[in-house]
Design a protein. Structure first.
Length: 66
């Protein structure tokens, strides 16, 4: 599972939060939040934390295979 950069940016913009605020909502440091976003593979738990912090579902921020 990988976070889709464009989908993440849209979700972040829609949330009205900064990266720091989203990280705080997820219970993560901003540094850890950024590391998770930049990893090639993300655990379902990490994707869930990021999605929850933005008020979206995991499906709305991950890359989908065609």
């Amino acid at each position: 599972m990988r976070i889709n950069d464009a989908k993440f940016e849209i979700a972040l913009a829609n949330s009205g939060l900064t990266i720091g605020q989203a990280a705080e909502r997820a219970g993560l440091s901003r540094t850890r939040y950024n590391v998770i976003l930049n990893q090639k593979k993300v655990t379902p738990q990490a994707a869930g934390k990021i999605a929850k912090s933005l008020g979206v579902t995991v499906e709305q921020i991950i890359e989908t295979e065609i």
